[in-house]
Design a binder for this molecule. Structure first.
Ligand code: ARG
Length: 290
């Protein structure tokens, strides 16, 4: 009897504690899709024969920007450049931790010139900038969890970012980097398969990772939220969380339900046009961690 009562009390306590998610004010870097297009195909989602409604892309992206501002976050903007149709995916330009920016070096020639534009942004604002020697696509393949194990970086490899960049990032940023092997080409960046939902926990889609990497994730994050196939394929994990509010693609309805049940507030947005480029919410948002 007593154990049953204790169990109920413990459960109720857990539920109440879970409900109190705390948001932390963030600073983000975005780039308008005024020049967005699908002119080449460098991931399985891109199809050059599908027309892009750029006006709609801008309208949907504007809503995303307004949503982040309305949640109390600071948004900086990069100027879109002609000839760089993927520049809207600002997450790929660098990865920042505690005032240091580790620059990107794109895998594909078509996006290579974006790196210098991001670098100029950080250097003009006095960031410590570490130029990369290794191929890496910034926050597309790196995630930071300040409260996990004293500050942990998760890094993807397999499609874009190359393994030596993980060691380079560790030296640049002074945080342990855990390498995760992406094995499904539809999840070609870490940020389409895994997201930090708060400072110490993640949501992810196990099927995007090698069996060994799944084991690593299960060991590090026993309380992780797991996404199903449909939510993962709807770009649900390509989300932006401030610790309490989770901005995510509107189609990822089941993941939104799981988040709500765990005490987060899902904030759905539509980004159907940008998805034609193989990106969604998180791809458009680089976090500036001062
Ligand atoms: N078309 C872009 C590419 O393939 C999409 C990038 C999406 N960005 C991201 N962080 N996943 O490079």
């Amino acid at each position: 009897m007593i154990t049953a009562v204790t169990k109920v009390i413990r459960y109720l306590l857990l539920v109440t504690v879970n409900q109190q998610r705390v948001s932390r004010k963030r600073t983000y870097l975005l780039c308008s899709p005024e020049r967005f297009d699908v002119e080449y195909a460098i991931n399985p989602w891109m199809d050059v024969s599908t027309p892009v409604d750029r006006e709609l892309a801008v309208k949907q992206w504007d809503r995303l920007r307004e949503t982040l501002v309305a949640l109390g976050h600071e948004v900086h903007l990069l100027t879109p450049e002609p000839g760089l149709p993927d520049m809207v995916f600002a997450a790929n330009g660098a990865f920042t931790v505690d005032g240091t920016a580790y620059g990107a070096r794109f895998k594909h020639e078509q996006r290579a010139a974006e790196a210098a534009l991001h670098r100029a942004f950080y250097e003009s604002r006095g960031w410590r900038f570490i130029a990369p020697g290794e191929t890496n696509e910034g926050e597309g393949d790196f995630a930071y969890l300040p409260d996990a194990y004293g500050g942990l970086i998760l890094a993807g490899h397999g499609f874009r970012t190359e393994l030596p960049a993980h060691a380079e990032a560790q030296e640049a940023l002074g945080r342990p980097v855990v390498s995760l092997h992406l094995v499904d080409p539809r999840f070609y960046h870490l940020d389409v398969a895994l997201a930090a939902i708060d400072d110490g926990n993640v949501a992810y889609y196990p099927g995007a990772f090698s069996a060994a990497s799944q084991q690593v994730l299960a060991q590090l994050f026993p309380d992780a939220m797991l996404a199903d196939d449909a939510d993962a394929l709807a770009f649900g994990l390509n989300l932006v969380s401030d610790g309490a509010n989770v901005v995510l693609h509107a189609e990822a309805t089941r993941l939104a339900g799981k988040l709500r049940a765990a005490g987060y507030t899902p904030v759905p947005v539509e980004l159907t046009e940008l998805r034609k480029g193989g990106g969604c919410v998180k791809c458009c948002v680089a976090e500036l961690r001062h």
